[in-house]
Ligand binder design. Structure first.
Ligand code: DAH
Length: 350
């Protein structure tokens, strides 16, 4: 190996070992592999060599180039992992047994997460809609392509009032009203329907650490001409990257919901392990976060929108789940406990 190459390698190794941020790493990359970098200079020095020398030297430089590029990629991954670990370590610690500080009031953690999502969606031009907690069977099921006796109803048993109304089992129950509210603006003025509607939902559920009879979701819909799955992926990725304050990777798996076709389960890369697999993500590197899909033609029709002309996407984000992930709350029941000892811990986020 020529003297120059050996020296350059040594210098590179020392600099790489000392790099402690992505920025320094990028500087090193430019210094060595950039257009005016040391490796490129080495290649230039070949012009006065004999063809034989050129051949061996050129090969050596190429091997060097690949080695350095590989080392930079590996160091980048190491730095990113360290950054992530620091981020996770700096997340607010949640401890049910902490003594309460009752001097000041505080927002509920779900309110905090909800408001944050609202701000993000508002910045992307979405309306924020409020909707009733008591709804009709039509709104909660029929208008969503879930007729009476459809097996999908089994998953969503709820509390029925004597007048036939019910406590809504999902925020999707507001979809029909939203379509009807904004339909004229869409059809007459070409204004896309873009709305989110957070809300409290209820199910007849045996409670445990992961299940509650009362929880929060945030539904979102967008309807316009030529809306496709790409729009769905873009909005979800942008929103989740904002919520988690990092560039999240998303993946879609097929999922069945009668009101979307095709329907998906959207997973995000696990923030704890950076996608490598850990107990939090059941070693898969992915966390299931948000079911979504392209709005079923029947659902659009029920909302007075012509599915031949318009398409749209819908998603149902679990706000309760998001709050649990964000604050490291392990038992969902803590959130509904009304215990000030638990809830007053979130006051610094106010
Ligand atoms: N409403 C569904 C539930 O609570 C969640 C859901 C799935 C909402 C798919 C959507 C969707 O908007 O597209 O189980």
């Amino acid at each position: 190996m020529s003297q120059n190459i050996a020296e350059l390698k040594q210098e590179f190794a020392a600099k790489l070992a000392a790099a402690d941020s992505m920025q320094t790493l990028e500087e090193i990359r430019v210094d060595f592999l950039g257009k005016k970098g040391s490796v490129t200079e080495l290649l230039k020095s070949m012009k006065d060599m004999s063809p034989e020398e050129k051949k061996t030297f050129g090969q050596e430089v190429n091997v060097l180039k690949n080695e350095l590029a590989q080392a930079i990629t590996e160091k980048g991954e190491e730095l990113r992992r360290a950054e992530l670990e620091r981020e996770v370590a700096s997340m607010p610690e949640f401890d049910v047994s902490m003594p309460a500080d009752l001097d000041r009031g505080s927002f509920h953690p779900i309110t905090l997460v909800q408001r944050e999502c609202e701000t993000i969606f508002k910045s992307m031009g979405f309306h924020v809609e409020d909707y009733a907690e008591i709804v009709s069977d039509y709104e909660c099921f029929e208008a969503l392509n879930i007729p009476k006796h459809h097996p999908a109803r089994d998953m969503q048993d709820t509390y029925y009032l004597t007048n036939g109304q019910l406590l809504k089992t999902h925020t999707s129950a507001a979809q029909n009203a939203i379509y009807k509210k904004y339909r004229d603006d869409l059809v007459n003025n070409g204004v896309p329907i873009k709305a989110i509607f957070p809300g409290r939902c209820f199910r007849n559920e045996a409670t445990d650490a992961c299940h509650e009879n009362t929880f929060f979701q945030m539904e979102g819909v967008m309807v316009d001409k030529n809306i496709s799955i790409s729009n769905l992926i873009f909005f979800m990725k942008t929103m989740l990257s904002e919520v988690f304050k990092r560039d999240v990777k998303v993946r879609l798996r097929p999922g069945f919901f009668p009101f979307v076709e095709p329907g998906f389960e959207l997973d995000i890369s696990c923030a704890i392990c950076g996608g490598e697999g850990c107990p939090s993500c059941k070693h898969s590197g992915w966390l299931e976060l948000c079911p979504c899909g392209m709005i079923h033609p029947e659902v659009l029709k029920a909302g007075g929108i012509d599915p031949e002309e318009y398409t749209g996407f819908a998603f149902g984000l679990g706000l309760t789940r998001l709050a649990m992930m964000r604050y490291g709350v392990k038992d969902i029941r803590d959130l509904n406990s009304g215990s000030l000892k638990v809830l007053s811990q979130f006051k610094e986020d106010k």
